[in-house]
Design a protein around this ligand. Sequence first.
Ligand code: CA
Length: 232
Amino acid sequence: MKNAHILVVEDEQDIRDLISFQLKSEVHLVTAAESADKAVSVIERGDKIDLFIIDWMLPGSMNGLEFTKKLRAQKVYQETPVIMITALTQPENIVAGLDAGADDYITKPFDMNVLQARVRVQLRNFGSAPKTPEDLLTFGILSIQVSKCRVFVENEEITLTSTEFKILLLLAQKPGHVFTREQFINNIQGENIFVTGRTIDTHIAGLRKKLGSASNIIETIRGIGYRFKDVI
Ligand code: CA
């Protein structure tokens, strides 16, 4: 695997040094910045970043949330994984971070092994050939034939409603990404489909029931949303 270039934006020096040290030990290239302003200058000098780890509360002209929004507004960083670190543990704060464009979040204090595991998930497809959308997605005993809208668990086909299929596909195409209810609604709402936050929960419950022994691949994050675990 090619080394990923990770930009760590964190104003607390101890945490910044610890994260940098740990990730360098996994042979990643790590650049550290103590503010979003410094991070912007790293990007502006032309370094291509493969993953961002961004603390929410930062000194200077932009906090981590604003920096994430700024990244998402740039074409080159629309899809680059962002893990947000936050001391704000209320679901509404975390939802705001995810809605700003973060893929995942970690609350302080955190275990370095957890951070490393989350980084690995986010870099799952890093270094592989540029992606053409895959038609067959396989996760252990679960497989999804995207173009045919067919889903198999332990080689047995299961029948999903179109909304359940859309939810499953959204999750499966971005393992490790935490989706808020709002993001499900935005992605799924369409012709003849009207969904609310509560109906998302109902659809997920129905979907899990049908997934049977593969149901634990969808992780509930209380008060926040859902994440595809990638490992069954
Ligand atoms: Ca901070």
